[in-house]
Design a protein around this ligand. Structure first.
Ligand code: KG4
Ligand code: ZN
Length: 337
């Protein structure tokens, strides 16, 4: 494969995204169309509505990305698309669009695992970030700790036994009567609350264990709300949000640093939607500085779902393995590395 611009396409959940990387892998355009307004009134993503919104938006998003990048379709060297994990109907829109485009333009097509995309985002703004390293993927569907090798292989060190961290944020926000998506809402309201005001459990299964569990925390919030006069005052909501967030974030940080000491590595990348959380970012930076750990925390635009990370992961496959014969590409709604 001769290095050339790569178009990335992402449609696994509720963001329709298109991005273009230049021949060196730098981001030329990163366009995201969010469906939050579509799903907001339902308090969560409605799969059928997500698929329909991708259908109506995808062509415009890709055209916008190409225009911003000032790259014509004929200048592209490959198309990379999210194959999974994600919502089947939503994935089908991106995959079929990418297939048609690559067939029409006779371009190599690479199917990308969404988590590989999040992992690749660690190098988008920090191309010299070292390998091997520990990677914590924290998103709406996953809380996974990996040891990442120089050859691009990952070994799973631990993951959540129940809810993902993003899910804990979203469900907690729903209980607190905050808007969808819950993570940014808790993050915002927690700034005026006291993180020590309410004692929430911090679940680490065993000290030597790198697993996570958030379902007990969620139940604990439910009981605290049940035991106080309804509705809670704005001050109580802010204190609950700040204390609940603190509990999630402390466990994420503790496990990530425990993974570093268990593996003997000194480089940590934290990626995925929850890595946009301001308290998590502050704690990670503080602890990384104290323990002299090299930290990669992607800029906000690369934390939540985007197509630049998909293009980057696809480009990596092409650079390492070259163009493979065009295989029938299908969606993989549940495959995790
Ligand atoms: O990576 P992402 O955009 O999509 C998935 O792959 O799931 O992550 C979405 C998740 C949602 O659960 C959302 O509430 C959470 O990331 N999130 C946040 C913040 N921004 C997004 N959680 C906490 N604080 C934030 N600032
Ligand atoms: Zn994601």
């Amino acid at each position: 494969w001769t290095p050339s611009p790569v178009l990335g396409i992402e449609s696994s959940c509720d963001e329709t995204a298109g991005a273009v990387l230049d021949r060196e892998g730098r981001v030329l355009a990163n366009v995201v169309s969010s469906q939050h307004a579509v799903h907001g009134k339902f308090g969560g993503v409605v799969p059928e509505l997500a698929a329909r919104a991708h259908i109506t938006t995808i062509d415009t998003v890709v055209a916008e990305a190409l225009q911003q990048a000032q790259v014509s379709k004929r200048d592209l060297g490959a198309v990379a698309v999210t194959q999974g994990p994600g919502l089947a109907g939503a994935l089908l829109v991106g995959v079929n669009y990418a297939k048609a485009l690559s067939y029409g333009l006779q371009l190599p097509l690479v199917g990308v695992n969404h988590l590989e995309g999040h992992i690749a985002s660690a190098w988008l703004a920090d191309p010299t970030f070292p390998l091997p390293c520990v990677v914590l993927v924290v998103s709406g569907g996953h809380t996974h700790l990996y040891r990442r090798e120089a050859d691009g292989c990952s070994a799973l060190l631990g993951c959540t036994r129940d809810d993902a961290a993003g899910e804990a944020f979203d469900k907690g926000a729903q209980m607190l009567g905050l808007e969808f998506p819950g993570g940014p809402a808790i993050d915002r309201i927690a700034r005026s609350g006291d993180p020590q005001a309410i004692a929430f459990p911090r679940f680490r299964l065993r000290k030597s264990d790198l697993e996570f569990s958030f379902s007990g925390l969620k139940t604990s919030l439910l009981y605290k709300l049940r035991d106080m006069p309804a509705p809670p005052t704005p001050v109580q909501v802010a204190d609950l949000a700040a204390s609940y967030q603190e509990s999630i974030v402390q466990v994420l940080v503790d496990n990530a640093f425990a993974a570093l000491s268990q593996t003997g590595l000194s480089a940590l990348a934290v990626v995925g939607g929850v890595s946009a959380n301001s308290r998590l970012r502050a704690l990670l930076k503080e602890r990384a500085e104290r323990e002299q750990v090299r930290l990669s925390l992607p800029p906000m635009a690369y934390c939540t779902d985007n197509a630049a990370m998909i293009a980057a992961a696809g480009r990596q496959v092409l650079v390492q393995r070259g163009v493979e014969p065009l295989l029938p590409l299908d969606i993989h709604p549940t495959t995790v590395p």
